[in-house]
Design a protein around this ligand. Structure first.
Ligand SMILES: [Ca+2]
Ligand SMILES: [Ca+2]
Ligand SMILES: [Ca+2]
Length: 234
């Protein structure tokens, strides 16, 4: 059985769209959670819109793994609530993406940080914790939608240099990660923001909005560490 799995991964890895390395996991498959902001929703799921921003109530028709996380409008922003993911990669420059619903300027961000202690995972924008914006920049706001969109990992004002407009440009900035185990904390910022899946690849050209990673990779529960282990032997 183990050999069969290895062969399957090998065949996926050498397919043209995935000549480079990749990892992926479901947002709802976190390894730890703190606070009362983040919930898991099963698709289809009715969600409140944002009347002040002209967003009607809507239904999230589908999600990878049939589930996603977030907080409905009304629970309040910030709150120091977080989810944490453990994952393993090879040393490389990794381009991270998140599959997100962000319907308005008041429902379109989250905080993030790699390799921090739980105690540092606070709803604040500082040298440790970054804001991941989803169409916050004025030039991008015409794109607001209640559909899922893949966004490159970005920061509002660093220290990670991949600001939102940089990440939408021709020279997106990757995250350089050492070989081995890492953590990613997502910390609550704006209610009404939802996350389905996290995807990372060493392929700077790959755009999951154009090629669905799920067509090449069947999402499974927390196989990221296994994939990393298998890939390290190549
Ligand atoms: Ca915002
Ligand atoms: Ca909101
Ligand atoms: Ca999901």
């Amino acid at each position: 059985m183990r050999i069969l799995i290895l062969l399957t991964v090998l065949s996926l890895t050498v397919s043209p769209a995935f000549a480079q390395k990749y990892i992926s996991w479901e947002a709802e498959n976190y390894d730890a959670i703190s606070g009362d902001k983040f919930e898991i929703f099963e698709a289809p799921s009715d969600q409140p819109g944002n009347a002040a921003e002209g967003v009607d109530n809507y239904t999230v028709a589908e999600a990878s793994g049939d589930a996603f996380i977030g907080s409905p409008n009304g629970v309040g922003n910030d709150g120091n609530a977080w989810v944490k993911y453990n994952f393993s990669v090879e040393l490389d420059n990794w381009h991270f993406w998140g599959r997100v619903i962000a319907p308005s300027v008041a429902d379109n961000s989250i905080y993030w940080a790699f390799d921090i202690d739980d105690a540092e995972a606070l709803s604040t924008n500082n040298a440790t914790i970054n804001i991941w914006d989803f169409y916050e920049q004025q030039a991008l706001r015409e794109n607001y939608t209640t559909d899922w969109v893949w966004f490159r990992l970005n920061t509002r004002d660093g220290p990670f240099e991949g600001t939102e407009l940089v990440q939408h440009g021709d020279d997106p900035v990757p995250v350089n990660l050492s070989a081995g185990e890492h953590t990613l904390h997502l910390v609550h910022r704006e209610d009404g923001t939802y996350i389905d899946q996290i995807f990372a690849t060493t392929d700077i050209e790959f755009d999951p909005n154009e090629t669905d990673p799920q067509t090449a990779v069947e999402p499974q529960n927390k196989l990221t560490t296994t994939w990393g282990t298998l890939k390290s032997g190549f």
